[in-house]
Each structure stands twice: as C-alpha cells, then as structure tokens.
Design a protein around this ligand. Structure first.
Ligand code: ZN
Ligand code: ZN
Length: 167
C-alpha cells in the first residue's frame, strides 16, 4: 500500500494542506535519489470540483555528464491536477485531469510523484554550470587543476561553443 494516500472522502469545501513524506524506494525512484521526499499537497474543494497542487522536494547523488564526478543536487518539482469523477464534467481545459471513481476514498500520489521527480531532472546533469570537464588527452579533471596537454579546444572559442550547445 502506498504511503502517499490522501483521504478525500468527506472532504469539506475549502483548502486543505497535507504534508507527506516518503522514501525514494517507496515511490519507486532509483538509488540515485538519497533523501526522503518532502511532499506538500494542497487540495481545494468547491461544490463542483476538487483541485490538487503538489510540491515535491528531494535530492540525489548524480554523476556529472562532463567530468564524471558524483555530486549531490536538490530536486524540486510539482504539478497540479483536477480530480474529477466524471470526465464529461471538464471540457476544453488544458489542466491535467485525473479521473477518480465516485466511491474512492483516497487519492494516491505515488506514481505522479515519481514521474514528476524524474521530469524535474535536467536533461544534462552537470555538477556546476561551468564544469570544465575532463581533458580529452590525459583525462585529468580540469576542475581540479590544469594539465600540460595542448588541446586545440582549449581556447575561448570552444567555451563559447559549449555555451551554445548547452542551451
Ligand atoms: Zn562536472
Ligand atoms: Zn591533459
């Protein structure tokens, strides 16, 4: 049973806050994620609808794509979803809509939380924005010092190009 379930039966109209915690394993995140997830869910119920906003914080140990060093990074992510019992009730809306069965007493966040943490990761994982990477000749981590290799790339034009490629 998921630890990220919120009881939505007998929910009164108004705003409800829930603070939840889960380990990365409990939501199915891989071993790169090291810190307990902090989840803040806000439910807004009106007579006609139920809207839920979810904010997620955790951190993990990642391998830099450029210098291959491991580093820790915080991850923040979040999403909002309209919980409806009847898909027909919502039309022409670009909000994400999640169908719940009329007699479901809980909403389970685990799968969405897992997906949005993954989506919160940058495409290129870098230990820092200006990571110097490894020397292509001797493999030295250029963040730690300079080597004596004569690499053609080692000039300012190359770093300009890298900036463009990064974006
Ligand atoms: Zn790096
Ligand atoms: Zn070198």
């Amino acid at each position: 049973m998921s630890v990220l379930r919120i009881n939505i039966s007998k929910l009164s109209e108004g705003t409800h806050h829930h603070s939840l915690k889960a380990t990365p394993e409990e939501v199915g995140l891989d071993s790169r994620f090291t810190k307990e997830l902090q989840i803040e869910a806000t439910l807004e119920k009106t007579s006609r609808q139920l809207y839920m906003r979810v904010g997620i914080k955790t951190s993990g140990v990642f391998t830099c794509d450029r210098c291959l060093e491991e580093f820790e990074q915080e991850i923040s992510s979040g999403y909002g979803v309209m919980l409806v019992e009847d898909q027909e009730a919502v039309e022409g809306d670009d909000e994400e809509v999640q169908l719940i069965s009329p007699d479901s007493a809980h909403v389970d966040l685990a799968e969405d939380v897992r997906q949005f943490v993954i989506l919160g990761l940058p495409q290129k994982v870098l230990c820092r924005e200006d990571c110097a990477g490894l020397c292509p000749t001797c493999g030295l981590n250029l963040n730690l010092g300079k080597c004596d290799c004569k690499n053609d790339e080692d000039d300012s034009r190359w770093s300009e190009l890298q900036k463009i490629l990064k974006n």
